[in-house]
Structures are given as structure tokens and as C-alpha cells.
Design a protein around this ligand. Structure first.
Ligand SMILES: Cc1ncc(COP(=O)(O)O)c(C=O)c1O
Length: 379
């Protein structure tokens, strides 16, 4: 029998069904899902509008290539511009977060003809060539991806950034940053750091790329996390929450970038089915005012978590929350899953990551707080 290439450490759970913020395993056990399949489930599992729109589209046509007109793409661009409150950007559709970052970095270099990229300690930008080169994890960077074109600077260190630009600013094509680092442990970029990136990239004709793959698309209560910090980027990259599980990624590209035929491309990007999925997500986000819910329930969770003893630190914004636990509490996350039937995410060294659907209810937030507090007391 052909075997799977074994790269994922697995929980011995088979999820067979989902509904809103609940998932169910093959034995019928129900779980509260505060992980959202890794920040992907934005409007809840099997949302009826999502299922209906995808089913309807699949019955018409699921895919045809980018060599023909696909009006769904323009509809998606228009709605995305509206929901994000930024309609003066251009949309390029692709298939994943890594591909979005890959294209953003490439586009920056096409634009200003330069080569050096500034990224930050603990950054995660994906696993394809440039994206993984800009990821601060030597274990997953293959020798062929090692390049002197990427420089890592300390996160939130304005002085280091100023020094870097002072010494080689003319060579910098782009600065890429997650407004809130996800894999890095829910570290929030300060407003003044983002402002410094904005002013230095403008001064040196470098491109400000906001990697919004995890922290964006409404997750912080703002559409883009860096905008919440008071700046706007030249290119925004997005993926995870965009299709509520249907693979789709995109970059929003500033007006100063001029396309030419063939400059970027992909076979699957922007296909009919992916556009239908992404449109249904934005329609639900708009109709149900999900960003307001995210801000409200998220801020409530953050404030309540801060009141619990035994927690070292709570970080994040909206429904992107990191909870630092002391080393002796490292079993808490596993117990939450196995005994309380609550899915959460993690980050090293000992961070619980909450990345639930943006329509998480106050009642489910309370349910988690109650179970989590009880679990903490047992250690
Ligand atoms: C901030 C960030 N950028 C990029 C990626 C890569 O996205 P994908 O796995 O869709 O390629 C991720 C995935 O976790 C991410 O968190």
C-alpha cells in the first residue's frame, strides 16, 4: 500500500463533521473548536450560506482557466475592497499563504529592481522558496533556500531598523511583517514600529508588505491588523480565513504597481469555486457584522483571561489570542482537548493560541473560560 509522507504529528482524532464552532469525531464526540483548523474557519464550519453558494457554483462550473473572463473574480475584488474599506488596491488571486507572500516579494522586486528583504525574528511566512527564506526557522529552510538577500532584524526594535536602513537602505526591496506574529507566539507589532517601517520604506522606495495570512481578514476586529496599528501597507497578503477552508490566497496591491501580462500567474488561482467560497465568506462577514463581533468577544476573552491566576501573560487582539503558561502547565492544552473536548492551537515554548471562527459567541467564550480555569486549578 502506498504510504503517506509522514510530516505531521497527529492527534489521534478523526473529525468527520462540523457545525459553527463545533466539530464532531468519528465516535460522535462533540468538541468546541477554538483553533478553527489553524485560523482557517472564519464564518464557522458548514455555514449554510457557504454550503449553498459552493454547491450552486459546483453545479454550474467549478473550474476553468485564467484564459477566459471570470466575473466572480471582479465581484470578489469589489466586495473585498468594500469590506476592507480599501478599494484603491488591485487584487491578485492565488491558492495559499506561502504563494501570496512569494508573489508579494517577487512583485516588490519587479517594482523597484532591488533584492534585499528585511524580515523579523520568529517570523513565519510559509514554506515555498522566498517565503521560507524569510521565515526565521533554520530547521525548515533547505540549503537551496538559503540566501543573503534576506536579513532578519529583532521584532519591534526601531533602532535596529533605522540602523539597517542607514547602512544598506538603498538595497532594500521590501520589509515583510506580520502585524501579529502567529507561529512566533502571538507577538503584536507596536504602532510605533509599524509607523517606523512605513516611513523608512517610503523614504527608501522599498515596499511595505503586510503578511495578513493569519492575523488579517477580520481576525483582530479590523480587516487588516497593520491598519489597526495606524498604517497602511503597499501590499497585503492573505489566505487562511478567506475561503473558510476552501484553498484560496490573494494579494492586495497598491495603485503604484503596474501589471503587465504574464508578470504573475497561477493555474488554479481565482477559479470559480474558490471565488464562490471567498464571496460567501465576505457576504457573511458583512451581513452579520463579524468584525464587530470579533472585537467584542475577543476583547472580552482577553480581559477575562487576564484575570485568571496561573497565567503568565495574555497577548493579542480580537480573536487572535496567545496565553503564556509556565512550563509546569504544559499539559493543560492536551487535557483541554482530551478531557474538556476543546481544540486550541499552540506555539513554542508554551503558548496556547486561540484562533476561533469570527462568529464565536459570548456563551462559547464563557464555556471556554470556565473549563480552562477549572483545568488550571488542577495543576
Ligand atoms: C503569517 C503566515 N504567513 C504565511 C503562512 C503560510 O500559509 P500557507 O500554509 O497557506 O502556505 C502562514 C501559515 O501558517 C502564516 O501563519
Amino acid at each position: 500500500m502506498m504510504k503517506l509522507y509522514d510530516v505531521y504529528p497527529l492527534n489521534p482524532i478523526e473529525i468527520v463533521k462540523g457545525l459553527g464552532s463545533r466539530v464532531y469525531d468519528s465516535t460522535g464526540q462533540e468538541y468546541l473548536d477554538l483553533y478553527g483548523g489553524h485560523a482557517v474557519i472564519s464564518i464557522g464550519h458548514t455555514h449554510p450560506h457557504y454550503v449553498a453558494r459552493l454547491t450552486d457554483q459546483l453545479n454550474k462550473i467549478g473550474f476553468y482557466s485564467n484564459s477566459i473572463e471570470i466575473p466572480l473574480q471582479q465581484q470578489l475584488a469589489a466586495l473585498l475592497g468594500e469590506v476592507a474599506g480599501m478599494d484603491n488596491y488591485q487584487l491578485f488571486l492565488c491558492n495559499s499563504g506561502a504563494e501570496a507572500n512569494e508573489n508579494a516579494l517577487k512583485l516588490a522586486s519587479f517594482y523597484n529592481g532591488k533584492k534585499k528583504v528585511i524580515a523579523f525574528d520568529k517570523a513565519f511566512h510559509g514554506r515555498t522558496s522566498l517565503a521560507v527564506s524569510a521565515t526565521d526557522n533554520p530547521k525548515i529552510v533547505a540549503p537551496v533556500n538559503q540566501t543573503e538577500n534576506i536579513v532578519f532584524l529583532p521584532f519591534n526594535d526601531e533602532q535596529a531598523l533605522e540602523q539597517a536602513f542607514a547602512s544598506y537602505g538603498d538595497e532594500v526591496t521590501a520589509v515583510i511583517i506580520e502585524g501579529i506574529q502567529g507561529v512566533g507566539g502571538i507577538k503584536v507589532a507596536t504602532d510605533s514600529f509599524l509607523a517606523k517601517i512605513r516611513s523608512l520604506t517610503t523614504q527608501y522606495d522599498a515596499v511595505f508588505i503586510a503578511d495578513e495570512v493569519q492575523c488579517g481578514y477580520g481576525r483582530t476586529g479590523a480587516f487588516y491588523a497593520v491598519n489597526d496599528g495606524g498604517v497602511s501597507a503597499d501590499i497585503y497578503t492573505m489566505a487562511k480565513g478567506m475561503g473558510n477552508g476552501f484553498p484560496i490566497g490573494a494579494i492586495a496591491i497598491g495603485e503604484q504597481f503596474k501589471p503587465w501580462h504574464g508578470q504573475l500567474g497561477t493555474t488554479f488561482g481565482g477559479n470559480h469555486l474558490a471565488c464562490a467560497a471567498a464571496l460567501s465568506v465576505l457576504e457573511v462577514m458583512k451581513q452579520d457584522n463579524l468584525m464587530a463581533n470579533t472585537a467584542q468577544v475577543g476583547n472580552y476573552l482577553i480581559n477575562e483571561l487576564k484575570k485568571l491566576d496561573k497565567i503568565q501573560e495574555v497577548r493579542g487582539k480580537g480573536l487572535m489570542i496567545g496565553i503564556d503558561l509556565a512550563p509546569e502547565l504544559k499539559e493543560v492544552r492536551k487535557e483541554l482537548l482530551v478531557k474538556d473536548h476543546i481544540f486550541t492551537g499552540n506555539a513554542s515554548p508554551n503558548v496556547i493560541r486561540l484562533l476561533p471562527a469570527l462568529n464565536l459567541t459570548q456563551a462559547d467564550a464563557d464555556l471556554f473560560l470556565d473549563k480552562f480555569n477549572n483545568r488550571l486549578q488542577q495543576f
